[in-house]
Design a protein around this ligand. Structure first.
Ligand SMILES: C[S@@+](CC[C@H](N)C(=O)[O-])C[C@H]1O[C@@H](n2cnc3c(N)ncnc32)[C@H](O)[C@@H]1O
Ligand code: SF4
Length: 466
């Protein structure tokens, strides 16, 4: 998921209103998920194909390593809760046609970028495992033909376990894939019925053992809290089953319910959704259960084994946050392929056309399919670094970050002022220019980070913090 659920927005708010200090009010504040800064609602059509053309050429000339993201916006059916940029296709035809356009986009971008060294490859969606083996092999062949993949550290893919054929894992391993993320969400049959996703535990177990047999041991599983009919008992059982399968990482997302934006979510009966306090309590039950299995909490919504590279990166303060969530990927250049995918360069962000048809037509007319973006300006990179550190480590030395950016930390003083109520409550501690979140870290980190967001309240609507 690169564009998709990360762009979900709900509710509106004023910039930096007074922060209350009862936890319920804080976590119900509507703040961005900060997978980028400035965030996607601030992207505009001021950045289009011409800017991207220039940025690609400069990126190629920079000699910096590049990460690649390939978006596959198709699923066999749409889960009721889904907020990702994807559509249902029962047939293979649309997926195969999409692959042909994707190949042209890869060639177009490569022409501008040159044969750069790639450090990370990530396939997201939608459901990338809907691609047939032949199409996947062709695309991987194209990547090898255009770029230098000899030093790829991580080649990751998001997989729907329900769509895995018996030989898929071995095939993916042969293609160089070394990390897989499985969508699990919830294993309770009542919850699964309400979300339109039938996926018994045995199916997940089979996917995991297939991946292990193929030598893909780096496995992530996605869980969601806040889904219909979840109770402490059901979410504890789901978390126990998942942690019991010992994946190297677990993600625990809060369900973002935006039926006006994602009509498929209208299939969910709102009366069955756990409300504010229960939602928070469910997230804690899930967190405590995962914790009891020896996982380390990473940032606001990830868990990893103590020896996992994500944990080591957190401890070494080299952890990052990008459109894929928490990552060890430190590439400054992220090139996105496919409709709706987002890319990042040292000069700003770009997003491809969200509508498949618009994306396809641009490529057929030999134009880069960029629809909007955002060039960095003013304090953007400084504030992006502050926000990233707060979300990765729950603390930040504003003076050190400012020094790295040749800035005066005084420009960030307004953020500390905004945090006064949380400081008075003892949740946030400030010592000189050091800001540290002391309690409720996963629950309040987005709100704390938002104190340093100069655009807060001007970009529309965001999801609640928990
Ligand atoms: C691209 S999907 C994962 C791969 C595959 N399509 C699947 O579902 O198995 C990315 C993840 O986004 C999360 N997600 C989707 N819609 C969401 C929503 N409305 N709120 C929170 N998380 C959501 C789910 O956990 C899902 O596994
Ligand atoms: S399979 Fe994954 S991407 Fe597709 S609808 Fe379900 S959650 Fe969304």
């Amino acid at each position: 998921m690169n564009a998709g659920a990360g762009r979900i927005t709900i509710g509106s708010m004023n910039a930096h209103p007074h922060i209350a200090t009862d936890l319920g009010s804080v976590i119900r504040r509507q703040v961005p998920r900060y997978t980028s800064y400035p965030t996607a609602p601030h992207f505009t059509t001021d950045v289009g194909p011409e800017a991207y053309e220039d940025w690609l050429r400069r990126a190629g000339a920079s000699g910096l390593p590049v990460s690649l993201y390939l978006h596959v916006p198709y699923c066999r059916s749409i889960c009721h809760y889904c907020g990702c940029s994807t559509k249902a296709s029962r047939k293979d035809g649309p997926v195969r046609a999409y692959v042909e356009v994707l190949r042209r986009e890869i060639a177009m971008v490569a022409e501008r970028l040159g044969p750069v060294a790639v450090s990370h490859v990530h396939w997201g969606g939608g459901t990338p495992n809907l691609l047939g083996h032949a199409d996947f092999e062709t695309l991987v062949g194209d990547l090898h033909a255009h770029f230098d993949l000899s030093a790829v550290v991580e080649h990751a893919i998001e997989l729907d376990p329900r769509e895995m054929g018996p030989d898929d894992a071995r095939f993916l391993a042969r293609m160089g894939v070394n990390r897989a993320s499985l969508g699990v969400q919830d294993l309770d049959s009542t919850v699964q019925e309400a979300i339109g996703r039938h996926q018994p535990l045995e199916l997940v177990e089979a996917a995991v053992s297939q991946l292990h047999r193929a030598g893909i041991g780096a496995i992530n599983m996605d869980l969601i809290y806040g889904l219909p009919f979840q109770t402490h008992q059901t979410i504890r059982r789901t978390a126990m089953h998942v942690a019991g399968l010992a994946p190297s990482r677990i993600s625990l997302f809060g369900y973002a319910h935006v039926p006006w934006f994602r009509p498929n979510q209208r299939l969910i009966d709102e009366a069955s959704l756990p409300g504010g306090d229960l939602r928070l309590a469910l997230s804690r039950t899930a967190r405590e259960t995962i914790d009891a299995f020896g996982y380390e909490a990473i940032g606001i919504d990830h868990f990893a084994r103590p020896e996992d590279p994500l944990t080591l990166a957190r401890d070494a303060r080299t952890l990052h946050r990008n459109f894929q969530g928490y990552t060890t990927d430190d590439a400054q250049i992220l090139v996105g392929f496919g409709s709706s995918s987002i890319g990042r360069t040292p000069w700003g962000y770009v997003q491809n056309a969200v509508a498949n048809g618009v994306w396809r037509r641009a490529i057929e007319q030999d134009r880069l399919p960029v629809e909007r973006g955002r060039a960095y300006a003013g304090e953007d990179l400084l504030r992006a670094a502050v926000i990233e550190e707060l979300l990765c480590f729950f603390d930040v030395d504003l003076a050190a970050v400012a020094a790295r950016h040749g800035a005066d930390p005084a420009v960030l003083a307004g953020g500390i002022d905004t945090l006064r109520p949380l400081i008075a409550a003892g949740w946030v501690e400030v010592d000189g220019w050091r800001v540290a979140i002391r309690t409720h870290g996963p629950e309040i980190a987005r709100v704390v980070a938002s104190a340093f967001d100069a655009y807060l309240g001007t970009g529309g609507r965001h999801s609640v913090a928990v």
